[in-house]
Design a protein around this ligand. Structure first.
Ligand SMILES: *Cc1c(COP(=O)(O)O)cnc(C)c1O
Length: 358
């Protein structure tokens, strides 16, 4: 049976991405590849709503490397930072900061607790260098309120570092208007292309005032300076995942052609249809602000694993499980990728049917 990926990510890929994937990988140290890189960079900044003066680092590594490299290139041992820890990805940021020996405080959220301004107030008098956040905490489905984070940062001259890996092209995202200094994304989530690359976009104040110089960094592969110099001519210091660059380019061109708004509407339409269909007696979703990228489905009995198994076996529908004890009662369904409303509603109806049978 063919599989449909209601997962993030990889996601259910679009036909055009599959076509690009099937091409031969060309040689890349030439102008024609540079042109692709430069156009990709320009479209990325446009759709992220940041100035063309911002700088992008294209890394061949998964999203976590983008998180780690951003921290490493900007912060020193002992720097005070505040991390929103509302799930697995927040914990990952915290872990990275601790490994780099930053002086790191966490804003810890309980399961299903929505982040509010009052949760930041206990930290208001501390002099932090940055607030670090996964805007959509993909492990729970909560989309934090960016205006709330912006308000906290701008009144005290803090950097705002945002992992938008499952926000970009899923939910409205405006880097400059929200005072976001650094955005981290990766290829297999909102972008819906192959896993294997991540991008770190920095505004000019970060590049000018915060980026460490090469001499200060203990490593070579993740030294952003080298990437910035190379990117001036549309190249990377080391061999990138050339094929994935073509996939990103193709995806961003498609967004450009249809408009970002219609892309976001497409995702939102599926999200709304799914939620309307799935919420019923015994089946709910979290009450916090939810991202359009995924819906966390909560059962009132521990059947999540059994439902997941049935969905794969009877329909070929693949969903994202939730980790830990809680995973007995809930799983996550993605709405990004080449998914139709019909399949999305069928998934919801099948979940309801299975609930009644179990
Ligand atoms: C998927 C994801 C990452 C990165 O995970 P990788 O497996 O390293 O690509 C980071 N942050 C968020 C919010 C994610 O959803």
């Amino acid at each position: 049976m063919s599989k449909t990926l209601f997962t993030i990510g990889p996601t259910q890929m679009y036909e055009t991405t599959r076509t690009v994937r099937q091409q031969d990988i060309p040689y890349f140290r030439n102008q024609s590849f540079s042109d692709i890189m430069l156009e990709t960079d320009s479209l990325l900044k446009k759709h992220m709503k940041t100035s063309q003066d911002s700088k992008t680092v294209f890394l061949t590594a998964s999203g976590t490397a983008g998180m780690e490299a951003a921290i490493e290139n900007l912060f020193y041992e002992g720097d005070r930072v505040l991390v929103i820890v509302g799930g697995g990805f927040g914990r990952r940021f915290e872990q990275i900061c601790k490994k780099k020996k930053l002086n790191c405080d966490g804003v810890y959220l309980e399961t299903d607790q929505q982040l509010e301004f009052k949760d930041l107030e206990p930290f208001a008098d501390i002099d932090y260098k940055a607030l670090i956040v996964n805007l959509h905490e993909t492990s729970t489905g909560q989309l934090y309120d960016i205006t709330l984070l912006k308000k906290f940062c701008e009144s005290r001259n803090m950097l705002l570092i945002v992992d938008a890996i499952s926000t970009f092209l899923c939910d409205e995202y405006s880097m400059d208007a929200n005072g976001i200094d650094v955005t981290i994304i990766s290829t297999q989530k909102g972008l819906c292309v192959s896993p294997g690359m991540c991008m770190v976009v920095m505004n000019d104040r970060v590049v000018r005032d915060y980026l460490k110089s090469s001499g200060e960094l203990p490593n070579m592969y993740f030294d952003f300076n080298d990437y910035l110099v190379n990117m001036e001519r549309g190249q990377t210091p080391f061999t990138p995942a050339v094929g994935i660059v073509y996939e990103i380019h193709d995806m961003l061109l498609a967004v450009e052609k249809d408009s970002l708004e219609s892309k976001l509407k497409e995702v939102e339409g599926r999200t709304r249809a799914f939620r309307e269909a799935v919420i019923s007696e015994g089946i709910s979703i979290p009450k916090f602000r939810c991202s359009n990228a995924i819906t966390t489905v909560i059962f009132d009995k521990p059947i999540a694993k059994a439902v997941e198994k049935e969905l794969i076996e009877t329909k070929g529908y693949v969903i994202n499980p939730c980790g830990g004890e809680i995973g007995k009662y809930r799983f996550r369904v993605s709405h990004v990728g080449d998914l139709s409303i019909d399949d999305t509603v069928d998934l919801a109806e099948t979940i309801k049917k299975l609930y009644k049978e179990m």
